[in-house]
Design a protein around this ligand. Sequence first.
Ligand code: TMP
Length: 207
Amino acid sequence: MRGLFITFEGVDGCGKTTQAERLAEYLSSHGRQVVLTREPGGTEISEKIRAVLLDRSNHTMSWLTEMFLYMASRAQLTEEIIRPSLDKGSVVISDRFMDATLAYQGYGRGLDREMIRQLNIVATSKLIPDLTILMDLVPEICSRRMAAMGKSIDRLEGAGSEFQKKVREGYLEMAGMESQRFRVIDAGKSIDENEREIREIIGSLLQ
Ligand code: TMP
């Protein structure tokens, strides 16, 4: 039995990490084998790449370098963790995956989106999530939330509100184009309400 691959996406501060963790706990407690991971990161090598990507002192990093580093992190994570776990029948939940590069480096930075799509195919060896939960919220509220949590801002989060706005619009456009894979959740609702909604979506998928 092949497992199930679920990804969470959204702008910084949208609450996806909390929901990914809650879903992982919920499915584990219901007897599923669950692997929770994140991008960039999720393996020893990918976490090192993450540190380079998010380091604010790397302000001279070119956008192409940035894009290739996300792809490199993804290639390692896919081959080392995601594919073997799916082959064993696990549910793999990833806090971000390939759509983030289209949203951030494509819609946000303005890099060629067709090129990113092609490189995603290479980096993932054609792996596509079964379900992508997009936690949608206006970036202004997300920034306020992060500030209220006292979270320090990394290199991408510090890219400005216009950038985050483009990222959000990109995500929504992608969700519209691939409506069979994406489910859009209103992240302005409470954490518990979002959790319930996500459980319902997953429930119908696991039946
Ligand atoms: P995180 O805060 O969700 O862990 O993600 C780290 C940052 O990296 C976040 O600002 C989004 C950004 N990012 C991209 O720009 N492109 C990508 O492909 C991925 C996976 C993340």
